[in-house]
Design a binder for this molecule. Structure first.
Ligand SMILES: *Cc1c(COP(=O)(O)O)cnc(C)c1O
Length: 427
């Protein structure tokens, strides 16, 4: 459920009309709903009612400070995958002990940052990382609270690029090697073994891979405890999918997911960490864009909009679908046309929809790509010298710009000419 609905034929975000935001900030822009973010967080935590949990929102899905602060105020911690995200989460006011640091390639600088700030848990993904962390912690006179991220060799049956729990994927330590590495970790002076972590992928629409992975984790916790290693946390990662298409079969609900958590790891006596990203944020955001031209083609129209693949890369990168909502609600009987909605970037992949059958669009019309609140703004680039688009947060009748549109000159503010080039601009 989300709070982007039509009122009197005009798309609104909560109580604010989308055209009024477009008027104020220009297009394109991302727009997030406070009510939807809140609702999704609550639905997710309600599904885990009665369990000892910490929900660490995955900052890589949407790292805007206002989004992190909102979720933090609701009680969320944060899952971060870089030193930058760690600083972001701290800047948003998330307490260090509620931060989990994941990622396959944490540098010495990043691990040091994590230890100096006292993050709650570092999910170690390899033996070299374990050695590195032990060395750093010992030098700093600290002990690093860790889980090993294990690779359960489970195929999450999602898009290849976001499947992370198969043995050929780069993530986690090999399943069979885990007991040996736990024993090693246990013996290290700079390491405090806390838990077991998994994360098998993203946009997972079937509960079976979760059930398999969590069951394996529960087995491992038992095995490790038998060898005297005190496992107090299990971290189940993120990955629950969301509906991108209105008419598609809905993915499992958080309640069904919660049941899987309960029956697989609910009785271990462990604190259960979860790292949802997409399921909280995706349907809480839209990308609003304006039609620049409607270009007739031989077999279909090309609707050229002012947003492009650099602003929302999911269609180009994952063949992802985002439902298109015309901001002025079309009449029920309005004639439909076949069209591609494309951006201005010089790449054929810069296409949001292909062969969509939709009501005709005209120059200056606003449309919204739905389900753009996760892996949207965070993955944007400035390709084609296009400044990042603003992010707006709506709350009831109010809205605020939570990241402003930079000046185009900011794109080259950090660039300089080498001193052997003449000062004057023309050779
Ligand atoms: C990406 C990621 C998540 C979040 O995944 P979603 O599919 O957005 O829920 C959680 N944990 C880790 C380690 C990740 O890399």
């Amino acid at each position: 459920m989300h709070h982007f609905q039509y009122r009197d034929g005009v798309l609104h975000a909560e109580d604010v009309s989308i055209p009024s935001i477009a008027e104020a900030v220009g297009t394109p822009f991302y727009c997030y709903s406070t009510a939807t973010l809140t609702r999704h967080y609550r639905v997710f935590t309600d599904a885990l009612e009665g369990l000892d949990t910490l929900v660490c929102f995955s900052a890589k899905a949407n790292g805007n400070l206002a989004v992190l602060r909102l979720l933090g105020d609701l009680g969320a911690g944060c899952d971060v995958v870089s030193g930058g995200e760690l600083k972001r989460a701290l800047a948003a006011g998330i307490r260090a002990e509620k931060i989990v640091f994941s990622g396959v390639g944490k540098t010495t600088e990043e691990l040091t940052l994590a230890l100096e700030n006292g993050v709650g848990q570092i999910n170690v993904e390899s033996e070299p990382e374990l050695n590195r962390l032990n060395g750093i912690a010992t030098e700093l006179g600290k002990t690093a609270p860790i889980a090993l991220r294990v690779n359960p060799d489970v195929d999450a049956a999602t898009h290849d690029k976001i499947s992370t729990g198969r043995k050929e994927d780069k993530f986690g330590v090999a399943w069979d090697d885990a007991p040996r590495l736990y024993a090693t970790a246990e013996s290290m002076p700079g390491i405090e073994v806390r838990g077991v972590a998994v994360h098998i992928g993203s946009q997972i629409t079937d509960l079976a891979p979760f059930e398999t992975a969590f069951t394996k984790v529960a087995g491992l916790v038992g095995d490790l405890r038998e060898t005297g290693i005190d496992i107090r946390t299990v971290d189940l990662g993120g990955g629950l999918g969301v509906p991108y298409k209105r008419d598609n079969a809905a993915p499992p609900s958080p309640a069904e997911y919660g049941d899987v958590v309960r029956r697989t790891v609910g009785d271990l006596g462990c604190k259960i960490l979860l790292e949802p990203g997409r399921v909280i944020a995706a349907n809480a955001g839209v990308l609003v864009t304006k039609v620049i031209y409607v270009k007739p083609g031989e077999t279909k129209e090309f609707v050229i909009v002012d947003a492009a693949m650099n602003d929302l890369i999911r269609p180009a990168m994952y063949d992802a679908h985002h439902d298109v909502l015309p901001v002025s609600e079309p009449d029920a009987g309005a004639p439909k046309k076949k069209m591609d909605i494309v951006g201005p970037v010089c790449e054929t992949g810069d296409r949001f929809t292909r062969d969509a059958i939709m009501c005709a669009l005209n120059e200056e019309d606003l449309i919204a790509f739905s389900t753009a609140g996760a892996y949207g703004a965070v993955m944007a680039s400035t390709y084609n010298a296009r400044p990042l688009v603003p992010e707006v947060m709506v709350n009831g009748e109010s809205f605020a710009v939570i990241r402003k549109r930079p000046a185009v000159e900011d794109l080259w503010a950090l660039e300089s000419l080498p001193d052997w080039m003449a000062d004057d601009t023309q050779g």
